[in-house]
Design a protein around this ligand. Structure first.
Ligand code: GDP
Length: 451
């Protein structure tokens, strides 16, 4: 596998220590690496070009102060720009319509429309307490209608029957009528896909859209589609006023560059990500986390930024030892957070970073508050664990009693089980990254980053 962007940039950075500014000449090489990383993550070429131009504009002339170097500052600019391009806060499903709120699912065959329709049904039932009806307008594949029936049942929703000899428009109108008369809150309309874009398909879905006037028109796209996602997105965007995107199969190998392409082409927010084949494998899309994935850096960027500032060398050395031997546990994680707090929390850390690190935008108070809240939540979760659980996270990840333990911790910290899972995932990811960095651990990484 290709080495990640942090590695590559740090290699370059070695040759340019002591430079205090990102300039036209040193930015070229770095941007070439960023460009390659994005292409490797399967972001489409035209989208990469636009993106690089924006990053260049933001990065040029940035001051490089404190213990940061040009590579780190650039990574930071890139990361922020990626997250900003892909998201704008949390975009949940819009149900603000005279009930039933109609949601139209569009996308190619195999993108995951039917599966996602069921996942969304479950989400709306569990999280939003809605009464949900589904219907399939896929008259070309009788199996698709049956599939929707099965998965809707699994999701706890109701399914409206349709027949291959009906017109998609008539099916949707009949379902809408049924939904109205039986006081459903939401009607989800699954549609036919084709293996590739074709005119007849687009005409059909346009007609369907006009007939049922959905409050949400969601474009379902497979993250593994990579470069092709652009053409698909373009075609659907031309045919329909898309209100959101659901990116499926993010649990696969893909680095998820499709997110950037699709967001840019459709202009619609990415609302959810599919992360497994199972009915509960749907997550609210988190642009910030996803930006790290696209760059091949994961959450480690943030961690390194914090660590290089907050931990002194002796601590770092001890930590490096632990990482190398795989002994970095959740007690250490908690200690890290305590260390950060000593430094004045995130606010204190931000003060040490270049004022204009985020381009023209100052870090907004809202961003800071959110980050501060996240950290507090993490600390709360860690403190709700027993010392034994922190010392042996396996108890929570693959132990027999993990479910009841997590439930107890979530209740103790006043959070959802997902929050506990997210923290464990982050920890797991961190460990994975650390193990990959042959024999060096954090110390080496810090050195590589030129701290
Ligand atoms: P449709 O043709 O667009 O309705 O696609 P389906 O819903 O039938 O999904 C096609 C395949 O993708 C099925 O095997 C699904 O189980 C799988 N799938 C859908 N979403 C996800 C996901 O988020 N992760 C994984 N791993 N598989 C998914």
């Amino acid at each position: 596998m290709a080495s990640n962007l942090t590695d590559r940039l740090s290699r370059l950075v070695k040759t340019m220590r002591g430079q205090a500014r990102i300039t036209e000449s040193n930015v070229q090489d770095m941007l070439r690496e960023v460009r390659m990383a994005l292409l490797e993550a399967d972001v489409a070429l035209p989208v990469v070009r636009d993106f690089i131009a924006r990053v260049k504009e933001k990065a040029l002339g940035q001051e490089v102060v404190g213990s940061l170097n040009p590579g780190q500052v650039l990574v930071s600019v890139v990361h922020k720009e990626l997250a900003a391009t892909m998201g704008e806060g949390v975009a949940d499903i819009n149900l603000a319509a005279q009930p039933p709120a109609v949601i139209l699912m569009a996308g190619l065959q195999g993108a995951g429309k039917t599966t996602t329709t069921a996942k969304l049904t479950k989400h709306l039932i569990d999280k939003r307490k809605k009464k949900v009806l589904t219907v399939s307008a896929d008259v070309y594949r009788p199996a698709a209608i049956e599939q929707l029936k099965t998965v809707t049942k699994q999701a706890g929703g109701e399914w409206f029957p349709s027949e291959p000899n009906q017109k998609p428009r008539d099916i949707a109108l009949a379902a809408l009528d049924h939904a109205k008369r039986h006081y459903f809150d939401v009607l989800l309309v699954d549609t036919a896909g084709r293996l590739a874009i074709d005119e007849a398909l687009m005409a059909e879905i346009k007609e369907l859209h006009a007939a049922i006037n959905p409050v949400e028109t969601l474009f379902v796209v497979d993250a593994m589609q990579g470069q092709d996602a652009v053409n698909t997105a373009k075609a659907f965007k031309e045919a329909l006023p898309l209100t959101g995107v659901i990116l499926t199969k993010l649990d696969g190998d893909s680095r998820g560059g499709a997110a950037l392409s699709v967001r840019q082409i459709t202009g619609a927010p990415i609302k959810f990500a599919g992360v497994s084949e199972k009915i509960d494998g749907l997550e609210v899309f988190d642009a910030d986390r996803h930006a790290g994935r696209v760059l091949g850096m994961g959450d480690i960027v943030a961690l390194v930024e914090q660590v290089t500032q907050a931990v002194d060398l002796a601590d770092a050395q001890a930590m490096a030892e632990k990482l190398k031997t795989g002994g970095f546990d959740l007690n250490d994680f908690l200690q890290q957070i305590a260390q950060m707090k000593k430094m004045g929390g995130l606010g204190g850390l931000m003060d040490k970073l270049p004022q204009n690190m985020m381009g023209n935008k100052q870090p907004g108070q809202a961003d800071m508050d959110r980050a501060e809240r996240d950290m507090k939540r993490m600390e709360g979760i860690l403190r709700a664990m027993t010392a034994k659980e922190r010392a042996k996270p396996a108890l929570l990840m693959d132990g027999k009693t993990k479910a009841s333990r997590k439930k107890r911790i979530a209740a103790g910290a006043g959070v959802q089980i997902q929050d506990v899972n997210r923290l464990l995932n982050q920890y797991d990811q961190m460990q994975g990254m650390m193990k990959k960095m042959k024999g060096g651990g954090l110390m080496k990484m810090m050195k590589k980053l030129g701290g």
